[in-house]
Write a new protein. Sequence first.
Length: 241
Amino acid sequence: MSRRLALLAATALCVAGCMPVGRDFARPAPTTFKPGVSSIGDVKKALGEPRTELAWSRSDGVFRERSASTPLPTPFDGARVNGTVKRLYYYYSWRAGQGVRSGVEPARSLYVWFWNDKLVAFTATSSFKDDTTSFDDTKVAAIKPWHSLRADVVAAFGPPSGVAVYPAAPAEDHEVLIYSDFEWDTSKGQYGSKSLFVLVNALGLVEDVRFSGATNLIPAPAPGTSSTPIQIYTPPRTRNK
């Protein structure tokens, strides 16, 4: 191969490896949408079309049954209601972007759940430096059910990267604050995820806390493939704190 062809081939590989995956979108803040009010149309108008869209219906317990094909937004059982649930999934990654730390590939994901066309939950992760969802899990033990307040949670972890309300939350006066993080770290050859769910009542009192976290080795890519991560949500395995 000539020097020119070799240079062109190397350039093509670099461009392919640095091309974004998915379409960029702004990670929503807790106040971006109005739970119980915002519709699917409102979310699509703000964020564009999702990467995937899933829907399912139940005559009872639509936010209580769990399976790999119908994951739910929190580990708490939702209210026992019927209806139709729709889940939108957004994903974007760009290796040329700035990750939260050296070696971490920048990626952003978002799941949004609707009940009868009204937004009832969303949860997001980002390993981009400018809107990272990383949080200090060493502070989880300090959040005590029936002692800590909503304000204590926000003071310890900042604004949540997701929320869930009735019927994705157990009762009409309950809200779930969600903190989620996912990092694909090529410098360490591992990826890690962690999630914190805090159930708060109308008085602002914490009633329950669930945390899960795991770190795994990045599997070796098959010959001729890349290791670009696509985040797939699975219901979290949690433990009470």
